[in-house]
Design a protein around this ligand. Structure first.
Ligand code: SF4
Ligand code: SF4
Length: 402
């Protein structure tokens, strides 16, 4: 069952002590112990308590034992177990984050990189620790004008929530500029929050700090009220999840779309402008949040197929069976923790699948993936053979000098 079918309150209002007060919480009791969740989990071999065992322990009144293990610190919120569960139990949305919060609280020591990301987000509104005053700096090198609401508060059709990776990371900024160029090509009436934007707060809820997540949501809600727009479009799939499934609990009721879906819906305008061929072969990595959680499987492929000269090949695991890049659920800041436990990086596992296709380009649509996969390509010694490009960057290359 896809998350798009769910009722928001049924998921985000659930707490461990009131787990069975809701229909979705009670659904956990229908587990048939088939083990599909454990078998599907990309970190299953490292977990003492995969979802199946967590449910057993919960029913036996032994959940404290699970809290005291670090099994769920290894959960990267990839939605694979939830997607495959024959009982449609909302593992990734309800049970696992609740247990994970308790496990992280009981760690003898918070993993250093994760701790730093939390502190930075509290202090600066982004996990990198960059000054909030620099958030809109990338717009100065954009090839097209980018409207910032605080400078030009006229109503816009769409508020583009850029998020932290695209605002601050050098490769993220490349993607932000490419996205602005694509919006310009399709004539989208878009404005951004600029320096008023802070992280949306998704990872805070899902991996370690619900209080931080709520503070960020409160802040963003207060800023959104200042401006008039018809919809929010979001570059970061994790922020998309936050706006779609978390913010409504706080009174948010704007239509939310991913940038990818927004552009794909306007392909009739964009496609005639894609006149510069790219004579390469690409394989697309399905982001867990876009794909398994929001069913955006066809849109990225439609955009890639619209680029003249570009051939698309699929990896062995694709669409809802795609292997996670390992960055979700705080995984972005847990590589050192995992390495110390001899766990294989999921980005390294995934890149081998991409390389096996023979593709020249790994096409991505989540800002976490660009740095994770560019590093994994280097580790594999294939950085001269395979490039990692966001779909927006490929579209701009095909737009050429127009
Ligand atoms: S896949 Fe679902 S039904 Fe099967 S063991 Fe896991 S939680 Fe239970
Ligand atoms: S969400 Fe993904 S990583 Fe987490 S337990 Fe389920 S399959 Fe494993």
């Amino acid at each position: 069952m896809l998350a798009t079918e769910h009722a928001v309150e049924q998921i985000w209002g659930v707490t461990l002590d009131r787990l069975y007060d809701s229909e979705e919480g009670r659904r956990i009791l229908s587990c048939i112990q088939c083990g599909t969740c454990a078998g599907t989990c990309p970190h299953g071999e490292y977990m003492e308590y995969p979802a199946r065992r967590i449910i057993t322990m919960l029913k036996a009144g032994l959940i404290e034992d699970v809290f005291n293990s670090d099994s769920l610190v290894k959960c990267v919120n990839c939605y694979a177990c939830q997607t495959k569960c024959p009982r449609n139990i909302r593992l990734t949305e309800i049970l696992l984050p609740l247990v994970k919060e308790q496990s992280i609280l009981r760690l003898a020591q918070m993993p250093a990189e994760l701790q730093k990301a939390v502190e930075n987000t509290y202090r600066y509104g982004n996990p990198m620790g960059e000054s909030g005053r620099k958030r809109a700096q990338w717009t100065r090198t954009s090839p097209v004008p980018v409207r910032i609401f605080s400078e030009d508060p006229r109503p816009a059709d769409a508020l583009w929530f850029v998020e932290s990776d695209l605002s601050f990371h050098p490769r993220g900024q490349d993607i932000a500029r490419a996205t602005a160029r694509v919006f310009h090509a399709i004539g989208a009436d878009v404005a951004i929050l600029g320096n008023e934007e802070r992280a949306a707060g998704d990872c805070g809820r899902l991996s370690w700090e619900p209080g931080l997540s709520e503070a960020l949501i409160d802040y963003t809600m207060s800023i959104l009220q200042k401006y008039r727009f018809n919809r929010i479009i979001v570059s970061d799939p994790h922020a998309l999840d936050a706006f779609k499934y978390r913010y409504p609990m706080f009174g948010f009721d704007y239509p939310v779309e991913s940038v990818l879906g927004f552009v794909a819906a306007r392909l009739d305008v964009l496609a005639p402008q894609l006149t510069s061929p790219i004579h390469k072969t690409a394989t697309y990595h399905d982001s867990c949040c876009l794909g398994r959680h929001n069913a955006l499987f066809d849109e990225p492929r439609a955009l890639l197929k619209a680029i003249p000269g570009l051939s698309l090949v699929e990896m062995a695991h694709n669409r809802e069976n795609a292997v996670c890049c390992g960055g979700g659920g705080g995984g972005m800041w847990l590589d050192t923790y995992y390495k110390a436990r001899n766990m294989e990086r999921l980005s390294d596992r995934r890149i081998r699948e991409a390389i096996a296709t023979g593709a020249d380009v790994l096409a991505i649509a989540c800002p976490y993936e660009v740095s994770r996969f560019e590093d994994a390509v280097k580790v594999a010694g294939m950085d001269q053979r395979m490039e990692v490009r966001d779909i927006m960057e490929l579209l701009v290359e095909s737009l050429g000098g127009q």
